[in-house]
Design a protein. Structure first.
Length: 47
């Protein structure tokens, strides 16, 4: 896993690029559009 918050992205161990705006680029080239929650602050924790 590579984490680059200064650039707004992280590379997960499964090859997914995860962007700060919640968008994703999958290893096969598919794109998942950003899906920010409406209102409030989202807190994420690592398992």
């Amino acid at each position: 896993m590579a984490h680059h918050p200064e650039q707004g992205w992280s590379l997960l161990c499964n090859g997914v690029l995860l962007f700060e705006d919640t968008g994703e680029l999958l290893p096969d080239g598919r794109v998942i559009a950003p899906h920010r929650p409406m209102g409030g602050v989202q807190v994420m924790t690592a398992a």
